[in-house]
Design a binder for this molecule. Structure first.
Ligand code: NAG
Ligand code: NAG
Ligand code: NAG
Length: 500
């Protein structure tokens, strides 16, 4: 390459004129946090730190994730879509399945350009063998748990009575019994920051087990809700959220004390919408919740904070379309690394969108496509019954302002007001809801709460979107199937551990 051209490339990539050093990246995931469950969307919730960081950063208002944890977390880790990974399902379920071992995690390219890489909290990308674990997949250290969720005090697994808290290969559960998960993970995050050599860039993936069920919290966090939230579950959930907020305050303070904050980018995201069933999350005014492809299930809380954001972008609300896979190329490029890992990414670099310099790098988002989750064949009726795309398939796609949903929805289709609103009609059913109609089209720009199905009067749009889904279905890997035998728990020792 001609040296002038090379120099120009360096200029545009920001490595010469921009910063001296790559930023520290603090990536925070809050599990099952609902749209209506942060202070800036719901003033009853007390989350002053989240509100402050979001308010002086960039709020992402058109940001999509999967409707449940597993695909979201594996997409986040790789920049690849769940359909490219075969991870469309709900959980690995103690079968020998994982994020395929030939995939590259976000920690690997970051490590390659000199980052210290640490994961604290929930992994959920597989654990049947040692080489599935994060400290063997690009992370220097792993402090946390391998599965979908834990009890916040005993740290026993969500699906199993066994302990699930480890440091790298060691079960450390006994030492922490009775201590609250959010505090444990915040303290560990702080310790990592305190021990970090500031001259080296840090990648800290801090993935809380809150505010996922079970609903448990130290009582001190409940007091602030005594007069505002009477429902006990909802009050506990709100208090769990406030505890996470305090944890983030502590992390931010630790960064400040180490003089690292000014060179940090903090990303905050939920992995899916609030869980309305068996939990007390809330997505009002959005429709539906976790496990559904309604906006309440897949439109997530997300923001970016940091002094590295150009001044004009701070304090903005960004309506550019973004997807959870976009973090991978965005952050790796920002770090001066190479996101081209030899596989086709679904994510696109959105730094110019986030900083207000350009529009979104994407026109559409495939929200979900689950070939193995279909409505009965007898539902394949009506004007789209002969479409090349099988409309009985559970799928959702957004293109511009339009969103198309096909097949089963995945869960309740109601609008649910939060318990703190006194109302005789907290759960609002759709009077026009017809379970046999399996093609639904909404104009999300005009109708973000998905009240009015426009599929019949916009057939050309439906057909265009079905063609897009058909294209995606041709690229889709089958969801990883259950592989037997299941885990051998007896051989694991105290903690849930690899067994192969
Ligand atoms: C990567 O691993 C997956 C799952 O084990 C496998 O299906 C796929 O063929 C592998 N791809 C390559 C390119 O080796
Ligand atoms: C935040 O730090 C304070 C002071 O060290 C501590 O008392 C509190 O438990 C921490 N909160 C969390 C959630 O870690
Ligand atoms: C589907 O894919 C084909 C080939 O990749 C492409 O030519 C076509 O434009 C795509 N159609 C849509 C609707 O994206």
């Amino acid at each position: 390459m001609n040296t002038v051209v090379y120099f120009l490339l360096l200029l545009v990539s920001g490595n010469v004129l921009g910063r001296e050093k790559p930023p520290h990246i603090i990536f925070i995931v809050v599990d099952d946090l609902g749209w209506n469950d942060v202070g800036y969307n719901n003033p009853v919730f007390k989350t002053p730190t989240i509100d402050r960081l979001a308010g002086s950063g960039v709020k992402l208002l058109n940001y999509y994730v999967a409707s449940h944890c597993l695909p979201s977390r594996n997409m986040l880790m790789t920049g690849r879509h769940a359909i490219q990974l075969g991870i469309q399902h709900d959980d690995y379920g103690f079968h020998p399945r994982s994020l395929p071992l030939n995939e590259t995690t976000i920690a690997e390219p970051l490590k390659h350009v000199g980052y210290s890489t640490h994961i604290v909290g929930k992994w959920h990308c597989g654990f049947y063998s040692d080489n599935c674990l994060p400290h063997n997949r690009g992370f220097d250290t792993f402090f946390g748990f391998v599965g979908a969720g834990i009890d916040h005090y005993t740290h026993s697994d969500h699906f199993n009575h066994m302990h699930n808290l480890r440091k790298n290969d060691d079960c450390i559960a006994k030492k922490y019994i009775g201590k609250y998960s959010t505090t444990i993970f915040a303290n560990e995050g702080k310790d990592i920051i305190n021990a970090h050599d500031q001259n080296k860039p840090l990648f800290l993936y801090l993935s809380f087990s809150a505010v996922h069920a079970p609903l448990e919290v130290p009582s001190s966090y409940l007091k602030q809700y005594e007069s505002t939230i009477h429902d006990e579950d909802r009050r506990t959930y709100a208090a769990m959220t406030s505890c996470v907020d305090e944890a983030i305050a502590n992390i931010t303070e630790a960064l400040e004390e180490k003089n690292m904050l000014k060179n940090s980018i903090i990303v905050f995201t939920s992995d899916n919408g609030g869980a309305l069933v068996n939990s007390a999350g809330n997505n009002w005014p959005l429709r539906g919740g976790k496990h559904t492809s309604w906006e309440g299930g897949v439109r997530a809380i997300g923001f970016v904070y940091g002094d590295l954001l150009p001044r004009h972008s701070r304090g903005t609300e960004n309506t550019g379309l973004m997807h959870i896979t976009d973090w991978f190329p965005t952050l790796i490029t920002l770090a001066g690394g190479n996101p081209h890992v030899g596989k086709k990414l679904y994510g696109v670099d959105q730094w110019n969108m986030i900083t207000g310099k350009d529009k979104s790098g994407r026109d559409d988002v495939l929200i979900t496509l689950q070939e193995d989750y279909k409505a009965g064949a007898h539902y394949r009726t009506g004007i789209y019954k002969n479409n090349a795309f099988d409309i009985t398939t559970h799928a959702a796609i957004k293109m511009g302002k339009w969103k198309l949903l096909t097949g089963p929805i995945g869960g309740p289709s109601d609008w649910v007001k939060p318990q703190e609103i006194n109302s005789d009609h907290r759960i609002i059913e759709d009077p026009d809801f017809d379970a046999t109609r399996i093609v639904r089209l909404y104009n999300i720009e005009d109708d973000p709460t998905e009240t009015t199905d426009l599929s019949e009067i916009n057939q050309h749009i439906v057909i265009e979107m079905l063609a897009k889904l058909h294209n995606f279905s041709k690229q889709s890997l089958p969801a990883q199937s259950r592989i037997y035998p299941r885990a051998d728990f007896d051989g694991m020792g105290e903690c849930i551990s690899p067994w192969v």
